[in-house]
Design a protein around this ligand. Structure first.
Ligand code: DHK
Length: 154
């Protein structure tokens, strides 16, 4: 049991959000809901604290910055929750960076991408994620965090 606590508490879970997610709450609320990114980050941090873990929440509209944080996660993070926004559908660079990780990665989408335009139906990063949560709104971030903590406690 002591080992479990140390494992999850030692390094934060990175919670990475990609382009346009800084405007959550204002952006197409009928699709993405009314919670702001700050609300989500507070929610996830509180859930992590309750579970004896911590998170580092980062958002960028720039692909390269996300790649840099994913590379950093190789040594600095215990796991990665990622909503890469539109880059999920296009970014081989983010795919390749995630492929280098040997920590659990869970992909999150607030909306159900399969109920939307066909260009959103394929994610190029799902193949390098442990799992994918989509369509469950902001709850998806908490569920992803829980899945990672369960995985690293095994
Ligand atoms: C967020 C985005 O910004 C879109 O580009 C994706 C995703 C869906 C979401 O549902 O969180 O297609």
């Amino acid at each position: 049991m002591a080992k479990r606590a140390t494992k999850s508490a030692a390094k934060p879970i990175y919670v990475l959000n990609g382009p346009n997610l800084n405007l959550l709450g204002q952006r197409e609320p009928e699709i993405y809901g009314r919670a702001s990114l700050a609300d989500i980050e507070k929610l996830v941090a509180a859930r992590a604290r309750a579970l004896g873990a911590s998170v580092l929440c980062l958002q960028s509209n720039h692909e390269g910055e996300l790649v840099t944080w994913i590379q950093e996660a190789r040594t600095m993070a215990a796991g990665v929750v990622i909503n890469a926004g539109a880059y999920s559908h296009t970014s081989i660079a983010i795919h390749d960076a995630l492929a280098m990780l040997d920590i659990p990665v869970v992909e999150v989408h607030i909306s159900n991408i399969y109920k939307r335009e066909s260009f959103r139906h394929h994610s190029v990063i799902s193949s390098v994620a442990k799992g994918l949560i989509c369509g469950l709104g902001v709850k998806g971030y908490e569920l992803a965090l829980e899945a990672i903590l369960a995985d690293i406690s095994k």
